[in-house]
Design a protein. Structure first.
Length: 298
């Protein structure tokens, strides 16, 4: 079933072995790029190698601080787990094990001695092998080209032609928070490419005038992220979510009282987790981490 995850969290499954780091393409401007493909939940994955084994499929998660690996994948890659990790998920947090990977590479990054949190396979299903967190893109600009199926990483700079700058703020150097309106209600939105579904907190639900028992609400699958906790949820089809001049029409939004709203710094008012179910309708999405800037290509 579909999972939601955030902070330093996420992912699943296990794949095969055998190989060198994925090929690293370079554009004339010096931007590295690599193919990305959607998993069964619509989240976009890239190939990574671990100690030159793989390739493995990792989801690129803009709301994950660091990488996460499925327990089964860690075992297949011969990585010895040890205690000492701590994972923050959508619905809570818990102690987990961790591994250290001497070589962690893809077409857009190459890192050494990388610590990874280990997620139990029981929380993951078999959709993918792990999660790429935003620490892999520190000091760089990360771009999702959804129509072309390409992930690009390059230097910080002015907003490129064709992209629109979005009023936004980078919190804790990790969480990209954008100003949005939801059926006319102003809210803060966490831009989360690792979330399969868009969700909202009770404060936004109240501001929209949707009380418990409202005929618009129907039961939703409970939200369970990277941890063993889960949170009851309801869903409703809304009119629109607006971000600058872009409209996401008739979004289905899940309402749940999730811990992630407080841990990402947006729990004081109406808040939204804008997931890949809506974001993938864009032509492009970019986060310039040095500038703390969000850019979209409608």
């Amino acid at each position: 079933h579909a999972l939601d995850r955030r902070s330093v969290l996420l992912s699943g499954g296990a794949r095969g072995f055998a190989g060198a780091p994925p090929a690293r393409a370079q554009t004339p401007a010096g931007v590295a790029e690599t193919p990305m493909t959607p998993d069964a939940g619509g989240r976009f994955t890239i190939e990574v190698t671990l100690n030159k084994a793989g390739p493995f499929r990792f989801v690129v998660d803009s709301a994950a601080m660091g990488p996460v690996i499925a327990a089964g994948t860690a075992a297949k890659a011969g990585l010895a787990a040890k205690d000492g990790g701590f994972m923050v998920g959508a619905s809570g947090s818990q102690a987990v094990s961790q591994v250290t990977v001497q070589s962690y590479a893809s077409g857009v990054f190459d890192r050494a001695n990388q610590a990874m949190l280990v997620m139990p396979d029981a929380h993951l299903g078999s959709v993918h092998d792990g999660v790429v967190g935003i620490d892999a893109f520190a000091g760089r600009r990360l771009e999702f080209d959804f129509p072309a199926g390409r992930l690009r990483v390059g230097p910080s700079g002015p907003t490129p032609k064709g992209f629109a700058a979005v009023p936004s703020k980078l919190i804790y150097a990790s969480f990209m928070i954008a100003d949005v309106t939801v059926d006319g209600v102003r809210a803060k939105a966490l831009i989360d490419t690792g979330a399969g579904r868009t969700s909202a907190n009770p404060k936004l639900q109240a501001a929209l005038g949707i009380a418990a028992g409202d005929a618009r609400l129907t039961p939703a699958e409970p939200v369970r992220g990277a941890t063993s906790q889960q949170t009851a949820a309801w869903k409703a089809s809304l009119g629109q979510i607006r971000i600058v001049k872009v409209l996401f029409a008739a979004p289905v939004v899940t309402f749940a009282d999730l811990a992630i709203y407080d841990s990402s710094g947006i729990g004081d008012g109406p808040a939204l987790i804008l997931g890949i179910d809506q974001l993938r309708s864009l032509k492009g999405l970019a986060i310039d981490y040095p500038q703390g800037a969000l850019q979209i290509r409608p």
